[in-house]
Design a protein. Structure first.
Lengths: 192, 188
């Protein structure tokens, strides 16, 4: 009886630890070879045949097609530069410059990876649409209320993620975080 | 007490194995991965245009809304595949994925350097069975080897502004993928 109880206990612990760790790893986006610059994180290796098992499992779980490395690199931000999770009810400002790429796109998704409905049907920006300053830098207001200039509406959702994708770029597996790759700063300005 | 502690440790160790096993098995058991999602709508060895992603309705999560996209779900068991994609004005890319949605090759319009990107996709076996004494040299034809006999090709054209989306869509609409008529015969 004690043996049975003991084995059941050990198996229950195994199931909890094993499945819990898998769930956490796949929902938090655990994969090796991540490249983090400011608020932005990319997994360039996920877009290659050398993708590790965690990356493969994440791809299968979310059902997305990753951006292939020969095509571009995709950076994700779920929090601002101070680590505060992006909140669709706040005014968030993206400012700065981007690494060299033929084109880039910025897209806003909810946590499930769907576009967020809004009154002006704008889900993102491309590098050609953006209004820039004289020095080539730009500012994008990500907020629920209309803004002058580059306004990306959040639709007031609680949590969202920003995806900045660079197409035909030199940023890749060999890129080191730091000065060589300038990424726009993400700052939360005002929260109701 | 010691007994329960040992059982707990043993359970945790077993949990580590469960964790690794589930992570590795995941891609093979997933029913909602990109390939499975596209299976009902995308016939095999044909280019199917994907509807533009919209809130609540998108063929796949995390699709770039600035792109017009199409997929060719391929099966190379009947022979090699010929892919023809006219490039659009802005940016066109073709990405190749295995059955488990791992990207193994991608090419864009600039790398191809032509108005029309022409590719041949084949398994390593079909590639090695190609007759060598053909007049067409290898440099003239772009051959991609697929690590799995089935998979996905994603064809995408950028619309730099929303108004240019129809232009990108029409470029994508002219893309073709088909099993080659003169499929390389297995060596006699």
């Amino acid at each position: 009886m004690r043996l049975l109880l003991g084995s059941l206990f050990a198996l229950a612990v195994a199931a909890m630890v094993g499945l819990g760790a898998t769930y956490l790893a796949l929902t938090r986006g655990a994969a090796f070879g991540s490249l983090t610059i400011g608020a932005w994180t990319a997994w360039p290796k996920t877009g290659t045949i050398d993708a590790d098992p965690y990356a493969r499992a994440t791809i299968a779980r979310t059902g997305q097609l990753p951006v292939a490395l020969g095509d571009g690199v995709s950076f994700t931000a779920q929090a601002d530069d101070n680590g505060k999770l992006l909140d669709g009810r706040c005014d968030v400002l993206l400012s700065g410059v981007t690494p060299a790429a033929r084109f880039w796109t910025l897209t806003l998704y909810n946590v499930e990876g769907q576009l967020v409905a809004n009154s002006v049907n704008r889900y993102g920006f491309t590098s050609q649409e953006i209004v820039r300053n004289a020095d080539g830098s730009f500012e994008i207001a990500v907020s629920p209320r209309a803004n002058a200039g580059n306004w990306l509406p959040t639709g007031g959702v609680e949590r969202y993620a920003l995806l900045l994708r660079f197409y035909d770029t030199a940023v890749g597996v060999s890129t080191k975080a730091g000065r060589e790759v300038p990424m726009p700063a993400v700052t939360t300005r005002r929260c109701p | 007490m010691i007994r329960w502690l040992l059982l707990f440790l043993g359970g945790a160790l077993l949990g580590g194995i469960v964790h690794l096993a589930t992570v590795i098995i995941m891609p093979r058991t997933a029913t909602q991965d990109a390939y499975s999602r596209l299976t009902p709508t995308a016939p095999i060895n044909t280019v199917t245009a994907l509807p533009a992603p919209a809130p609540d309705t998108a063929p796949m999560p995390f699709m770039d809304s600035a792109f017009a996209s199409a997929v060719c779900r391929y099966d190379l068991s009947q022979g090699s595949l010929k892919l023809t994609v006219p490039v659009s004005l802005a940016y066109t890319s073709i990405s190749f994925y295995t059955r488990y949605d791992v990207a193994y090759y991608a090419i864009n319009d600039r790398a191809a350097g032509r108005r029309v990107i022409e590719l041949e996709l084949m398994t390593p076996e079909q590639h090695s069975n190609l007759p060598e004494d053909e007049e067409i040299t290898a440099a003239d034809r772009l051959i991609v080897e697929s690590p799995t006999p089935t998979g996905l090709i994603a064809i995408r054209a950028l619309a730099p502004e929303p108004g240019l989306l129809p232009m990108a869509q029409s470029a994508i609409a002219a893309a073709r993928c088909a099993i080659q008529q003169d499929a390389p015969k297995p060596s006699r």
